[in-house]
Design a protein. Structure first.
Ligand code: FMN
Ligand code: SF4
Ligand code: SF4
Ligand code: SF4
Ligand code: SF4
Ligand code: FES
Lengths: 898, 526
């Protein structure tokens, strides 16, 4: 439609506001409280315009356009009112721009400039200092606050952390955290959304203070290196000192829409840390590391690898790829192992997190990835979250789930041994005993079938083997009463859950390691697949089976074939057609023998069949189960090459250490949990001689006598397009700002937001009859507790990155969560130092006594080298996926008598 | 039914109770019993009799005598003089001349017709004077469209301040189908010096209920709320009792009088901030949030309580409805003016002889109200100005004493009737002092949502203080006007917008008052 602004005819789209129409037509209307994410708040009254036929002035931020509307924004009269409003605002508080961090980036400055306000005309309040610097990451200066309300809207309605509100009234109005306590003591999780939304200098990233003016900083868009949500970041960098100063979230990015969590926003110290590896290192004859040149190091590695192959055959070397490096890096890595070494012994930490997902979903549906996408989370009527502490491990997805609840779009059911933060938003929360998942899900299915709530048409037309499933789940041992005994979830609650979930128009399941890291991991996953097929929840927006991937590029590392049984895009090494395809493409004959998994590699080293190990960006020392066993194996490795950004605990044991670049220094792609391929962009120069992973790999390959000729990383992307059908259309030039979700088979395919639309990858969905089995190690008199492990919000994985941030460390320290009942029984008080002991070892850590964990269960985050949870965990594995049972073992706690 | 020789109506509104009305009532009952008069003289509670600053008042019928300042000590002589000896206790009688036609000729009162005449705690009393006939008629004989049309035809305008035609408001909500709709009665009455809604509710709670029922039927709401400020304890109790009685008599609940219509009425109590009287802030507060106005549109009639269509009306507006249904739109139109039919309840405070309440036809002049119903100016004082319409009102000078006050005529001065508060000011008062308290009130009541009101009030207050302290020049007056003007044009809600009227009228009419402060200090400084 057409409207007239200041005498010019402008195009506006129906439903749009006058403010946005003006903006789209390059007409500036000053405004302060409006932000496109928080919507019109109507508080600042700066955006006032005159509209013909309407009384007085109108606020343009919430005024919808009408055909033929005649609007004036710039007459003396309109501007005089705008000016007086801004003048009144500037006359209160303490707006001394000279020392303000936001100077140059401040929206109040912008409007004052436009309205030609030189200095405030009034003096409303004596300049008073009202600073709160108690938060680790955020600096609050209330004397600069203009009460626009954006932070409040953001904290409550986008990230849904519900910390900030307005307190008091009138001229005394101010922002407040929880019930008027200091920010650092409040329930704030320091996601920084409020900082990003603040138009002035009232909320500031504390660590960026005095590190550079906005105009001195350059912005580079890239992808978060931490979890699998794949948030897009904007790095604000100072080229002169080659440093990241602060990070903001990219507004409108598909996964995060500007939101970030504390790690993504504030956990970047590691990039510029002085301990970064800067030169290749070779262990000398005295066992000490010595600096070397790239040429020396590469020559040494190539020679060693070749020697091992000559002496022990080409199956004596294995490689561990990385969920933290790009698709291109991983592609090159598996190509090196498969083509130059000549075996399939390539695996990576996905083994330890979601191999059971890949195995289970491949069996049920034919492909093993998160079926649905992030932005449609709120299209589910009911969201079942199980075995995932979403708020800690995938904070931005948790925000979206909370928002769906807050907006009344979805209801949430949480089934988790720990009363996770999402339980506060749940319609129903149930605590199951760790390891009883199959029993619980079978019971739900029994109840659904008994009541006739299953989706009969769907079962009929889209699935097979239903009768087998039915025979199993209808068994008496899965009756709610029996499952109550088994799992601890009351029968009545099981009824309620079954009814709520089955009756939802669309139900989705979100899960993570609480489901996968069991000896029955594959069974657990298949059971979830069963439940979702039973309810007809696959192949539609908002539904699905949604495993949340833990690391920034764990999806991509799997997609790139860094698994012992598949080439890129899950083409089986045992399938002669796939094998010959790759043999032709790589012009080399390849092995058709399935390679070794991580856990098998560890064992084979101890057995002596594996002699050489090449580890890229992984730290099995901390991440793998049964630490003593892992260390023994690493120490026994004849030739260990570790390529990383820091001297990790694992690198300490290596023969050669190769310095690599971080996410901030390189380009390439990550594939996030929803299968979205997104671009990294280099912002900084890598320190010293550190190189990109793919470059290092190419150097080794060629030194071994091969013929690799990648000029730039783009060449690898192009090769991936050629060999991986689901990536065929995801070319370098197409990825763009939004990224693309695989499968994307051709260059004109738009990508796939949700899988299995009209049929499953394997044709019909396959039901599996799954029998409940107990975990490998159950508590007994000597070890009476069930120990389970996981993450906390502020730390990540083995801490290689997150633990380099002092701020993060200050917030999240090692601990063991223990129930109030158990703590009382053992007279353990909060923060008391205790010993946790299992059959494999013991650690010392601090007790965190909480109601959020059930009696009989303890929970230990696994990030800490000084209190390594994985010294305690068991290396019993799932028979199919070989994933270790991190989530259940028997333990005891003892007090430390001093 | 028992026959009583006399009825004593004792006012038990909040103010009277505070001054000992209950004690007086108990003493009366005991004293009557002592003289075996308790079977002959009936003691009833009622709402305010319309007097202020007169202590506990009682009315005796059919003798039609009103006593004021009654204390427990007076009771025994009162009983022996009036009921045994049959002659009024003269020193307590409120002079007829002092208060003719209290509060107004009985034939013309609409919303206060029963107040002071019936026992507000007794539904039978209300039924006895024709109560709930309109409800029966609406329910059994009229279609919702007819009710809306009748109210439209009557020309009834909102008495909560803005004067929006009630029938038109209803006609937006009535046709919306398929969603839960609500009626909310705005009984927040936060305007300083305004008690009209309180006295309607205390004196005749059933009338408000009956109006609410009819409004609900007209717009298709099956749930109505009465939002009362928490301090109005007696209103809350009386209304709750009335609601309980209405349920008991089958006038509320499911399938009322076999009509198929269901209606529940509930009381909500407010936290008391002035802004909570603004309809969208009121709805926010009902939803459990901070009472802060919402963006309009959408108007509550389309998206109100819980995002559902909600008609919000003032107590007085709704109390007019039963009479309109009973007697028809034409009857109503004959009262008041063509632009603003009906009556208006005013609270007259300040320097008049008898501060109090009156219900007069729309179009009554300020002069009449002051002289007739306020008993003229206080002895020895002369009229200077009246602040009409509450804090957000207009300062009228003596040249406007004969303006016929209704929505239309006041609009000529960009003024509104507002809550119907009239504050009479004598000529010894400096208007700047009055304006200061007005600004102080708004500064205190600004919710803080928007900049012009939040900071503008603060600056206006600073300016007026500066003027009073003698530190300001004449330019301060221009500054005030500019700020008030911008506030009027840019504030989010009517609260911030309404400063312009008092500021501008004070400056226009009483500039000398400002100058006297400015110049006096100058003179002293010289
Ligand atoms: C600051 C402010 C305070 C108000 N307070 C009241 C009040 O106490 N009672 C009331 O009925 N209306 C009050 N109103 C008006 C209401 O917003 C609304 O217009 C009214 O309840 C509608 O009823 P009516 O159409 O019957 O007048 C107030 C408005 C504003 C802006
Ligand atoms: S940092 Fe995040 S959680 Fe904390 S107050 Fe700001 S928006 Fe809320
Ligand atoms: S802190 Fe910033 S975002 Fe929050 S209200 Fe103040 S100015 Fe607005
Ligand atoms: S860690 Fe995950 S949720 Fe947090 S910013 Fe990074 S990608 Fe987003
Ligand atoms: S005008 Fe005043 S009361 Fe109304 S929204 Fe603005 S600050 Fe609040
Ligand atoms: S931008 Fe419109 S009121 Fe603030």
């Amino acid at each position: 439609m057409n409207i007239v602004i200041n005498g010019t005819v402008c195009y506006a789209s129906p439903g749009e506001t006058v403010l946005s129409a003006a903006k789209n037509n390059d007409i500036y209307i000053p405004s302060l409280c409006y932000h496109n994410k928080t919507g019109p708040l109507g508080r600042c009254r700066v955006c006032m315009v005159y509209v013909e036929g309407m009384n007085g002035l109108q606020s343009s931020c919430n005024l919808p356009v009408r055909e033929g509307m005649i609007i004036t924004t710039d007459t003396n009269e309109v501007k005089a009112h705008q000016r007086l409003v801004v003048d009144l605002l500037l006359s209160s508080g303490k707006h001394d721009c000279l020392s303000c961090e936001q100077n140059g980036n401040c929206e109040l400055q912008d409007v004052a400039y436009y309205l030609e306000i030189e200095r405030p005309s009034f003096n409303l309040s004596p300049p008073s200092i009202d600073i709160d610097e108690t938060s680790e990451m955020v600096f609050v200066d209330r004397s600069k606050c203009i009460q626009c309300g954006r932070c409040i809207e953001g904290c409550n309605n986008t990230v849904v952390n519900e910390v900030i509100t307005f307190a008091q009234r009138g001229f005394e109005t101010k922002i407040e955290f929880d019930n008027n306590i200091e920010m650092g003591k409040s329930t704030c999780v320091q996601c920084g959304e409020c900082v990003q939304l603040c138009p002035v200098g009232a909320l500031i990233d504390k660590n960026a203070i005095s590190k550079g003016r906005p105009w001195e900083l350059e912005k580079v868009t890239t992808i978060c290196p931490y979890c699998g949500v794949g948030c897009q970041l904007e790095l604000h960098i100072n080229r002169k000192i080659n440093k990241i100063i602060r990070i903001t979230g990219v507004e409108k990015a598909p996964a995060n829409n500007g939101m970030l969590c504390i790690k993504g926003r504030y956990g970047f110290d590691f990039v510029g840390n002085k301990d970064r590896l800067t030169t290749p290192l070779i262990r000398n004859s005295e066992g000490k590391f010595e600096n070397s040149t790239w040429d020396e190091a590469i020559t040494f590695v190539a020679k060693k690898f070749k020697n091992i192959i000559t002496e022990h055959g080409n199956e004596a070397i294995a490689g561990l790829a990385s969920a933290k490096v790009t698709n291109e890096d991983n592609y090159a890595f598996q190509k090196l192992i498969r083509r130059e070494i000549g075996n399939n012994n390539v695996d990576h930490c996905a083994r330890l997190c979601h191999s059971s997902t890949v195995a289970g979903l491949a069996a049920s549906f034919g492909s093993g990835a998160m079926t649905n996408d992030i932005k449609d989370i709120n299209k589910a009527g009911v969201i079942l979250v199980t075995g995932s502490d979403t708020t800690a491990a995938h904070p931005v997805i948790s925000a979206r789930i909370k928002k769906a609840v807050r907006d009344g779009k979805s209801k949430v059911i949480v089934i988790d041994p720990k009363e996770i933060a999402l339980a506060d938003y749940a319609e129903i929360y149930a605590a199951q005993r760790p390891g009883s998942d199959v029993a619980v899900i079978n019971c739900l299915m029994q109840l659904i079938i008994k009541n006739g709530w299953e989706d009969k048409d769907y079962i009929q037309s889209r699935t097979e083997n239903f009768e087998d499933l039915k025979k199993e789940v209808m068994k008496d041992k899965y009756s709610p009463e029996n499952v109550e005994t088994l799992s601890g979830v009351p029968a009545a609650k099981l009824h309620k859950i079954a009814e709520l979930f089955a009756k939802a128009k669309t139900g989705s399941v979100f899960y993570s390691m609480g489901i996968t890291q069991h000896t029955t991991g594959t069974d657990n996953v298949k059971s979830i697949a069963n439940l979702q097929m039973l309810c007809g929840n696959l192949g539609k927006p908002g539904g699905g089976v949604n495993p949340l991937r833990g690391q920034s590029n764990v999806q991509g590392a799997c997609d790139m074939g860094c698994l012992p049984n598949v080439y890129p895009a899950y083409q089986k090494v045992t399938d002669p057609k796939s094998k010959s395809k790759f043999e032709n493409f790589w012009s080399k004959s390849l092995s058709d023998k399935i390679g070794l998994t991580i856990t098998e590699i560890t064992d084979s080293i101890i057995k002596g069949t594996i002699k050489g190990l090449y580890i890229m960006g992984e730290n099995p020392f901390i991440s793998d189960p049964d630490q003593y066993h892992t260390i023994e194996s690493l120490e026994k490795t004849e030739f260990l090459v570790v390529q990383d950004i820091f001297m990790t605990e694992t690198a300490e044991l290596a023969d050669v250490v190769l310095p690599a670049s971080t996410y901030a220094e390189k380009t390439g792609h990550f594939t996030n949990t929803e299968r979205r391929v997104q671009r990294l962009n280099p912002a900084l120069k890598a320190p010293g001689q550190a190189k990109d992973d793919w470059e290092i790999i190419q150097l080794i390959a060629n030194k071994m006598g091969s013929d690799w000729n990648y000029q730039t990383i783009r060449d690898i992307t192009t090769e991936i397009n050629a060999v991986a059908p689901s990536y065929a259309g995801i070319t370098w030039d197409r990825v763009g700002k939004e990224g693309l979700q695989w499968p994307c088979p051709t260059v004109d395919h738009p990508g796939t937001p949700y899988l299995h639309k009209d049929q499953f990858t394997r044709g019909l969905g396959l039901f599996h009859a799954i029998e409940f089995k107990e975990p490998a190690e159950l508590p007994n008199d000597e070890y009476p507790l069930i120990m389970t492990t996981g993450r906390v919000l502020e730390q990540f994985h083995t801490g290689t990155m997150s633990r380099k941030s002092q701020g993060l460390n200050n917030i999240a320290k090692p601990m063991v969560m223990i129930s109030v009942v158990d703590a009382e029984k053992m007279s353990i008080s909060n923060s008391e130092k205790v010993k946790v002991i299992t059959r494999r070892g013991e650690i010392e850590t601090n007790a965190f006594v909480t109601k959020r964990i059930q009696q009989g269960v303890i929970y230990i985050p696994f990030h800490y080298a000084e209190a390594p949870a994985n010294r305690l965990t068991i290396n019993a594995v799932d028979p199919t996926a070989k994933i270790p049972e991190y989530k259940v073992c028997a333990a005891k706690i003892s007090k430390i008598i001093s | 039914m028992k026959y009583f020789r006399s009825h004593i109506l004792i006012e038990t509104d909040e103010a009277s109770v505070q001054q000992g009305a209950r004690e007086v009532m108990n003493a009366l009952k005991q004293e009557l019993a002592k003289h075996n008069l308790d079977q002959e003289v009936n003691v009833l509670e009622t709402g305010s009799l319309g007097f202020f600053e007169r202590g506990v008042c009682i009315a005796v019928y059919p003798d039609d005598v009103i006593y004021g300042n009654v204390k427990v000590e007076d009771v025994s002589s009162l009983v022996s003089e009036h009921f045994l000896k049959g002659r009024p206790l003269t020193h307590l009688v409120i002079e007829r001349s002092e208060k003719k036609n209290i509060p107004l000729g009985y034939d013309k009162r609409i919303v206060l017709e029963n107040s002071g005449n019936i026992d507000p705690e007794e539904i039978n009393d209300y039924l006895g004077v024709g109560g709930y006939l309109a409800w029966e008629k609406a329910l059994l004989e009229m279609k919702p469209e007819d009710i809306v049309q009748t109210v439209k035809d009557s020309g009834l305008r909102g008495r909560g301040g803005a004067g929006f035609p009630a029938g038109i408001k209803w006609s937006f909500t009535s046709p919306i189908k398929g969603v839960q709709k609500y009626v909310v009665i705005n009984a927040d009455e936060g305007e300083p010096g305004t008690f009209k809604d309180r006295l309607i509710m205390e004196g005749d709670p059933h009338k408000l209920l009956e109006g609410t029922m009819i409004a609900s039927l007209a717009v298709g709401a099956t749930k109505a709320y009465i939002y009362i400020r928490g301090e109005y304890k007696l209103c809350i109790n009386r209304l709750q009792r009335a609601i309980d009685q209405a349920y008991e008599y089958g006038l509320l609940g499911k399938n009322i009088l076999e009509s198929g219509f269901d209606l529940d009425i509930e009381i909500e109590t407010g936290a008391g901030a002035y802004i909570c009287g603004e309809e969208t802030a009121l709805i926010e507060s009902m939803e459990g949030n901070r009472g802060i106005p919402r963006t309009k549109p959408p108007y509550p009639g389309v998206k109100g309580f819980m995002q559902n269509p909600t008609v919000v009306n003032n107590v007085e507006t709704i109390a007019n409805v039963p009479a309109i249904i009973n007697k028809g739109a034409d009857w109503y139109r004959n009262i008041g003016t063509a632009e603003s039919p009906g009556t208006k309840v005013y609270t007259i405070l300040g320097d008049v002889a008898v501060p109090g309440l009156c219900e007069v036809p729309m179009g009554t002049t300020l002069r009449t109200i002051i002289n007739t119903y306020g008993g003229g100016m206080k002895k020895g004082s002369r009229f200077k100005s009246a602040l009409v319409g509450g804090a957000a009102g207009i300062f009228l000078g003596d040249n406007m004493l004969d303006v016929k006050m209704d929505f239309h005529n006041l609009a000529e001065y960009k003024a509104v009737l507002g809550s119907g508060a009239i504050l009479v000011i004598n000529d010894s008062v400096n208007i700047v002092d009055m304006l200061e308290s007005v600004i102080k009130f708004f500064r205190h009541e600004s919710c803080g949502k928007c900049v012009p009101c939040r900071n503008g009030n603060e600056q206006l207050y600073k300016s007026v203080r500066k003027i009073k302290a003698g530190y300001a020049g004449e330019d301060e007056l221009d500054k005030m006007l500019l700020i008030a003007d911008t506030m009027q044009k840019t504030s989010f809600c009517a609260l911030g917008q309404s400063l312009l009227l008092p500021v501008k009228s004070a400056l226009d009419m009483f500039k000398d008052d400002f100058l006297s402060y400015i110049n006096k200090k100058k003179a002293i400084n010289k």
